[in-house]
Design a protein around this ligand. Structure first.
Ligand SMILES: [Zn+2]
Length: 455
């Protein structure tokens, strides 16, 4: 049993504020006791100075996009589709060893940002030319090993990707690396992945993903949804990130992407719609009434000029909000959380659409639920994943600790990833005083991994 003492802690319940002097006991992977209002640090307790919150969950990641940061900003005028050409250049160059190195460093960057779980939306499965590796899951296993080394949980969302687009059965030379040929072969490969040793680790689990309605035909949407239901596994899908996707889907099927996914059985409590940027009133009702999660990725959505999704309407309809750094233009879930609200203000002309505690809950419990982890709350029985934000040495957060009523609001609206002091995953310290305890030089690890990919 380990005893921790948090000066200030928010347990993750949006209706309960920050408490002072919170003793947390953990045993192995789990929290066994949470007691607020303790005035003396218990002997032998590990001190968590600052504001401790449930571990943040990054519900949407493509680890290899970390190689694009900065590089895509020089391309001048362009849109999502021209950005995708640059992204495909990186995708075309990766091999299991270079991808492992990049993912390990990228996940270590996430750990430093207070992220304790990642949802890796993984579609880079096969060799150049589309031939499977000797182990057809070499890439997926590498990603799980990378997360393990970086000390964070991973839900590997193994992604089905079968065609170039509506009416485009052919894949382009990069996209052939993404495809298993048909959905039955996708399911066989994922079954082999789930049987592997990595998947039995307490910090790894397997989920499924439908890349998009462009890339997965209707019968395969149903097959992937059925697989996820049979396995009780998380099911993620890109939905309506771009108006062009909606137009093509309507022209080809007479339905919106959300309606098509609903008809295929892909919505519901285990489902997460990523982006949901361009959704109409019927789509919002379908996502909300089915209690589907919606994963907003505002730093990516603004980087790619996608647009602003209707966060408040989706939440009011019943959808569960979670957050992702997606293309890793930045890795900072505080920025993602405040961007949801600040973008909504620009779009509506109103302030205070989503309160700070609900935004922090989206970054923690919302993401944990989307990824299938019993985390996101500091309470007995939950996984012992938590993050401590330094309030004493951060110039941005100076004074935030003096008023527990506004401490979470300070964190959501002013903290950065660099303000994270301590990160604990499954009762184990991963980041201490802002330093990763396993990957000792994360910037160097990133630089080395990125240099190996330089064109
Ligand atoms: Zn994505």
């Amino acid at each position: 049993v380990t005893t921790w003492f948090a000066d200030l802690a928010w347990t993750g319940d949006p209706d309960i504020g920050v408490e002072t002097g919170v003793v947390i006991e953990t045993n192995g992977q789990h929290i066994t006791k949470v007691a607020p209002g303790v005035s003396v640090v218990p002997p032998g307790a590990r001190r968590l100075a600052g504001l401790t919150v449930p571990g943040l969950a990054n519900a949407h990641s493509h680890a290899f996009h970390r190689a694009l940061r900065g590089r895509t900003q020089l391309a001048g005028a362009g849109d999502f589709w021209s950005w995708r050409e640059l992204m495909y250049l990186v995708a075309g160059s990766l091999e299991p060893d270079t991808y492992y190195d990049l993912a390990r460093a990228c996940y270590a960057e996430m750990a430093l940002a207070g992220i304790t779980a990642v949802g890796e939306f993984h579609y880079l499965h096969h060799q150049k030319g589309g031939v499977p590796y000797a182990d057809p899951n070499a890439m997926g296993r590498g990603l799980m090993a990378a997360a393990q080394e970086a000390g964070i949980r991973i839900t590997l969302l193994d992604t089905c990707y079968l065609r170039g687009g509506f009416g485009e059965p052919q894949l382009d030379p990069v996209q052939v690396r993404f495809s298993d040929g048909d959905v039955d072969r996708w399911a066989l490969r994922v079954a082999a992945l789930a049987d592997g040793s990595a998947a039995s680790r307490p910090t790894c689990r397997i989920g499924a993903a439908i890349h998009s309605v462009r890339a997965v035909p209707e019968p395969a949407i149903t097959a992937v949804a059925d697989w996820a239901a049979a396995e009780d596994a998380p099911l993620h899908m890109h939905v309506s990130e771009q108006p062009g996707e909606n137009r093509d889907c309507l022209a080809a099927t007479g339905r919106t992407p959300t309606a098509l996914l609903a008809a295929g059985g892909a919505l519901g409590r285990r489902g997460t719609a990523v982006h949901a940027t361009h959704v109409n009133a019927a789509d919002i009702d379908a996502l909300g009434s089915s209690r589907t999660a919606v994963c907003f990725c505002p730093t990516t959505e603004r980087d790619l000029a996608d647009g602003i999704g209707p966060a408040r309407l989706l939440v009011d309809a019943g959808a569960v909000l979670c957050l992702g750094s997606d293309s890793h233009a930045q890795i900072d879930l505080f920025e993602e959380a405040r961007a949801v609200e600040l973008d909504e203000r620009l779009a509506t002309g109103r302030r205070g659409n989503l309160d700070p505690h609900r935004l922090m809950a989206a970054a923690a419990a919302g993401g944990a639920a989307s990824l299938g982890w019993d985390a996101g709350r500091l309470e007995p029985g939950r996984l012992a994943d938590f993050t401590t934000i330094d309030l004493q040495h951060s110039v941005r957060l100076a004074g935030a600790g003096s008023d527990p009523a506004t401490a979470v609001a300070h964190a959501v609206f002013a903290a950065t990833a660099g303000d994270v002091a301590h990160v604990v995953v499954g009762g184990e310290v991963i980041v201490e005083n802002g330093r990763h305890v396993r990957v000792h030089d994360v910037p160097q690890a990133l630089a080395t991994a990125l240099a190996a990919l330089a064109p």
